[in-house]
Design a protein around this ligand. Sequence first.
Ligand code: ACO
Length: 428
Amino acid sequence: MSETARLEYGGKSYTLPVVHGTENETAVDISNLRAESGLITLDDGYGNTGSCLSAITYIDGDKGILRYRGYAIEELAEQCSFAECAHLVMFGELPNRGQLDEFRRLLRVHSFIHEDMRHHFEGFPPNAPPMAILSAMINAVGCFQPEVTVVDDDANFLEAAARVMSKVRTIAAYSYKKSRGEPVIYPRADLRYTANFLHMMFSKPYEPFEPDNDIVRALDQIWVLHADHEQNCSTSTVRMVGSSQANLFASVAAGVCALWGPLHGGANQAVIEMLTQIQASGEPVSKFIERVKSKDSKSLLMGFGHRVYRNFDPRAKIIKASCDKVLAKLGIHDPLLDIAKQLEEAALRDEYFISRKLYPNVDFYSGIIMRAIGIPLNMFTVMFAIGRVPGWIANWREVRLNPKARIYRPRQIYVGPTAREYVPISRR
Ligand code: ACO
């Protein structure tokens, strides 16, 4: 017999089904609660609400486990390219050689954006935030692809996914060029996804940029680590928008807007700003830590802590190792890395951080790598967005493939004024 939970209220008892995930996560299914009892559940901020069944990503925050489709993030980060990982996340299985080649071909042929789109870039002021450009342009590009706004079978979907992934990367590089007043650089047919991005970012018409393999690999790995992270703010947004049957471009554009906020995708930039401030002020690390702990200044140790990971963030370990490698390869000595390491060491010894289970998260070292590669600070959240696109697409697809899916429509408990009579303006 299946397991149930019981809720007692108003002298009545209600039996609620208990649902188990494949990793033994447990939930009480309240979908029929309102119909049976008139009650809804209240969970401001959704911290305790399972909004869907999902087969994409599994996280155990206490044990520091992150898996895409069952595969450990450590193995994927070590062995998988971003394209391979994206295919896994979006379609559920690691691609075989033929599937990967076909996906790469699609990424290549869809890397161009319509020539008319270049005029759209002219309309933004030079200091426009790249995340604003990215979300607007994803929707605009969608207007040039009317045939993929309907995604009715797997072949169509593969095509649409490749278009969105490939064009998001091109738009990101174009917005960087626009912000510098430089001509845009067309993608190259001989380069793969990540190398092509670096080429579009850093080549100039009179000076081609040849991406270094180790640097390409480091960025590819950062994107693998960001490919999905279950029901975070932007992914839930994409699912929400997709549930209204909005097209893939519109739904991903909404995800970009959600990611833009400093509490979500903006943290990698905030880490570098914090480290730069410490460096500029000459404040000793120990004093900064004391200031954070005192809470007077409202300063946080940016890049530390995570809503879900309460032991360690598995992505942070991988990024830290990569950071050392990239800086050594480029022969860069970044004083910000020294400060970051001192901060980490001091925090991990400190009772304040230990008792609150605060550890470095993925953002603590990723910014130092991007800085070393030459990615400007205001593009950091865009880099996160490029990495997260496969997860958004996978979640959008899951909503679309669910035969029972209905438009997402949470309820609320109203706490405003009760019914009152309209007062004419002359009497107010
Ligand atoms: N520095 C100092 N103190 C912190 C930090 C921090 N980075 N993070 C949490 N705390 C403290 C809180 O002040 C609180 O202290 P209290 O118990 O004395 O009140 C306690 O730790 C618990 O913190 P919460 O805010 O309840 O933790 P929550 O799970 O809500 O927040 C979050 C998680 C938003 C990530 C938080 O740790 C934070 O702001 N970190 C810095 C920003 C950051 O790095 N964000 C990136 C997250 S990863 C990502 O989005 C890819």
